[in-house]
Design a protein around this ligand. Structure first.
Ligand code: COA
Length: 181
């Protein structure tokens, strides 16, 4: 959608970004779904094409656009960074979703990207994948785990973070474009 009468100006709408954190491993409330439904594994940087595909397909409905312009080299260099981990979740032998961890220099690890493919949503996998991501961050030695989510993400995104024990420490609302370009 664009502003009527000016096709080059995208329409704006309020967007709220909510920041959440967890300060100790004991705050995690693990998903109660059957853990056998999901396996997770870390992928090497050389499999960046899977990361790109997941970014595009998971974020397609939620205006995840920043990385659409990334070249192969940018994807590779990003995943080669020692502070970045790229993990996928699989269910029944099929790719279900992914997460990325970004270990900050101050001991705070950001859950930088997290989500399921549309076909995997609503079956309990989101809680399991989030549990795995948080456990991995703590296992890596994080002192704090944090994440932010947009009001444009899936309606279950914020409830899932809260259900696993994250607490909100900040939220900001601003006007943002409702479409790409
Ligand atoms: C958000 C997302 C991970 C939820 O996955 P899911 O498989 O539907 O979640 P689950 O069925 O495992 O439910 C996990 C928890 O979230 C809650 N939840 C999930 N969908 C919900 C919804 N539509 N409304 C309210 N709560 C919801 C559940 O109540 C559940 O809590 P519980 O574990 O205490 O029972 C998934 O929808 C997704 O990846 N969406 C697209 C990408 C995205 O928005 N990622 C987040 C970016 S910050």
């Amino acid at each position: 959608m664009t502003v009527e009468g000016n096709s080059s100006v995208p329409a704006l709408a309020p967007e709220t970004t909510t920041y959440l954190e967890m300060l100790s491993p004991g705050e995690l409330r693990p998903s109660r779904a059957d853990p056998g439904m999901l396996t997770v594994r870390r992928l090497p940087a050389s499999e960046f094409a899977t990361g790109r595909r997941l970014y595009q397909e998971v974020g397609n409905d939620y205006l995840w656009i920043d990385r659409l312009v990334w070249s192969d080299r940018q994807w590779l260099e990003y995943y080669q960074r020692p502070d970045i981990e790229f993990w996928v979740g699989e269910s029944g032998g099929n790719l279900a979703g992914y997460f990325e961890l970004d270990a900050g220099k101050d001991g705070s690890t950001e859950l930088a990207y997290f989500g399921l493919l549309p076909s995997a949503i609503g079956r309990g996998l989101g809680g399991l994948l989030l549990t795995a991501a948080i456990r991995r961050a703590w296992a890596n030695g994080a002192k704090r785990v944090w994440v932010h989510t947009s009001s444009r993400d899936h309606a279950g995104a914020l409830p899932n973070y809260l259900a696993r024990g994250f607490r909100i420490y900040k939220s900001e609302t601003s006007l943002a474009p409702t479409t790409v370009g």
